[in-house]
Design a protein around this ligand. Sequence first.
Ligand SMILES: Nc1ncnc2c1ncn2[C@@H]1O[C@H](COP(=O)(O)OP(=O)(O)O)[C@@H](O)[C@H]1O
Ligand SMILES: [Mg+2]
Length: 308
Amino acid sequence: MNSIISIAHLNKRYASGLEALRDVSLEIERGEIFALLGPNGAGKTTLISIVCGIVRLSSGNISVDGHDIAREYRAARSKIGLVPQELHTDMFETVWDTVKFSRGLFGHRPDAAHLEKVLRDLSLWTKRHDRIMNLSGGMKRRVLIAKALAHEPQVLFLDEPTAGVDVELRRDMWALVRQLRDSGVTIILTTHYIAEAEEMADRIGVINKGELILVDDKASLMKKLGKKQLLVQLQEPMLAIPDGLNDWQLVLNDGGNELECTFDTGEEQRAVPTLLRRLGELGVEFRDLKTRQSSLEEIFVNLVRQSR
Ligand SMILES: Nc1ncnc2c1ncn2[C@@H]1O[C@H](COP(=O)(O)OP(=O)(O)O)[C@@H](O)[C@H]1O
Ligand SMILES: [Mg+2]
């Protein structure tokens, strides 16, 4: 596999004794957008912080573009741009000075044209001489992104990038992420918003209580775990599900006026006509039909519930 980040058997126990990550193994493919999805406290920031060398691992091995993060820290770190979850940056500096400094930090030679492009893409160019402390919250977040991109990283980590940001920044950020991906940058974002993962990611990893419970590409995740439901609105309310329908996953709703049948996605093409024929044979009449497909949101909630 052509992976750019390789994480093997990673464990993290904080000094408090809290086990934040348990035996996490994960390969990030070059050029993909990977979403790490999990509720608050799942271990997303801990995982990112370890890969970026901010938090020390307890055991396991991690390499970034072939460089072990412990033995070749500088080489590994220079491949990575990090947009942290928390807003903290040098408030007294100007936008320009801070991005210039970030680039130099990783041993890159100055490149004013690159920094100008980054600032223009983030609508920060006209603010380049402003001190960061005088910018709005949204603008400060843009500065964090610009800092992360200043040294042309091959991998960009975005930790909860759109938590609490306005619609405009969210839109600009996703446009930029797509543009970066098209230029070959690998993107790893964490989120607890399912819609975000659904919209952006090629692959999704679900993390809960420090364990990576699933990794799959978005389409097959939806296909494998998605359920389809057929809702049959009955002419006459049904008191109980007839014996002849025991082979189906059926539930009666709405005081017996609606029959709900659940299928695995992909099964319905064969199952729906068979069920309707069977209803006909049993003399069950209906006035309307609806179908419903489970969203990634429902899939996620179910997964997290199961792994508790
Ligand atoms: N420095 C720390 N010391 C002790 N526990 C921590 C520290 N940082 C995070 N934790 C705990 O580790 C767990 C995972 O936290 P975190 O990685 O921030 O989760 P997420 O980013 O998914 O919300 C949480 O229970 C959190 O309270
Ligand atoms: Mg976090």
